[in-house]
Write a protein that binds this ligand. Structure first.
Ligand SMILES: CC(C)(COP(=O)(O)OP(=O)(O)OC[C@H]1O[C@@H](n2cnc3c(N)ncnc32)[C@H](O)[C@@H]1OP(=O)(O)O)[C@@H](O)C(=O)NCCC(=O)NCCS
Length: 245
């Protein structure tokens, strides 16, 4: 068993900024989550960072420790990203009835967390066109079970590399893109959208492109994707614009 690190060294890292990235759809901030997320210290309390609004802190205190860590990390990332774009957000950012971050008027935002990282994407809302954004983060890893059948369409599966690390990475990338799309699409459709209702493929230039086949016939929507991952991290941003795809 690896030696347990002291709580003080953990708390130094918790909620520290990992990166700030300017993406085509907004500003993305990554925040380190406390070690409770790795299962290394689930008995170790962590302090709620002062950047939280008091109502956010009160909400966080009502969550289980692991959920508190990820939720707080997402709010810290959101608030750090809002600071980066010089957007003042004096009110608490809680959740919409559908679970997304209830962003203040005038700004768009999306949150994702995986393992020891929380990320948020924010952008100032333009008067027109009205767009929405989504972000998703995944850790590149060997898949313990084949999720492709559940999260990919038959066309997507047929374009995958042969079994191995490259296939796992591609499955995770397409999965991540769909989760980012889901978050950006949800404000427009307000319902669960299945993994079979979106198709993601490699664009000729190396990026990603998406098409929707929404079961309830909503739309059309334009969907743009941007991948900003590196090495062992998959990071996909989505932007949805009502109108012709
Ligand atoms: C909602 C969902 C996308 C969240 O993804 P996840 O991998 O479980 O978790 P992530 O850490 O990436 O994202 C969690 C964040 O998503 C956001 N979120 C949750 N529901 C949301 C919704 N309906 N709309 C927008 N954002 C939402 C929240 O901000 C949440 O973090 P928070 O509660 O701490 O604020 C996922 O649980 C889900 O239901 N997926 C199935 C449907 C799907 O992806 N279909 C793809 C078709 S396009």
């Amino acid at each position: 068993m690896p030696p347990r690190r002291r709580a003080s060294s953990r708390s130094n890292l918790a909620f520290e900024r990992r990166f700030v990235r300017e993406l085509p759809f907004g500003t993305c901030v990554g925040i380190a989550l406390p070690s409770i997320m790795s299962g290394a210290g689930d008995d170790d309390p962590f302090d709620l960072p002062p950047i939280l609004h008091p109502d956010e802190a009160a909400f966080a205190r009502g969550l289980s420790p692991i959920r508190r860590a990820s939720w707080v990390g997402g709010r810290v990332a959101l608030r750090a990203a809002l600071t980066a774009i010089a957007f003042d957000a004096p009110a608490p950012i809680l959740a919409t009835p559908r679970g997304g971050p209830a962003m203040p008027s005038g700004v768009l935002g999306s949150v994702s967390h995986k393992n020891d990282l929380a990320v948020a994407l924010v952008a100032r809302a333009a008067a027109a066109p009205a767009v929405t954004v989504g972000i998703d983060v995944e850790a590149v890893r060997a898949l313990k079970r084949d999720i492709a059948r559940h999260v990919l369409t038959a066309d997507e599966r047929s374009a995958l590399p042969p079994e191995g690390p490259a296939r796992d990475a591609e499955v995770l990338l397409l999965f991540s893109a769909k989760e980012a799309i889901y978050k950006a699409l949800d404000p427009w459709v307000g319902r669960f959208v299945s993994f079979q209702e979106a198709t993601v493929a490699r664009a000729p230039g190396g990026g990603l492109r998406a098409s929707l086949a929404l079961a309830n016939g909503e739309g059309p929507f334009g969907v743009e994707l941007h991948q900003a991952g590196e090495a062992d991290l998959i990071l996909v941003a989505a932007r949805v614009t009502p109108g012709a795809p």
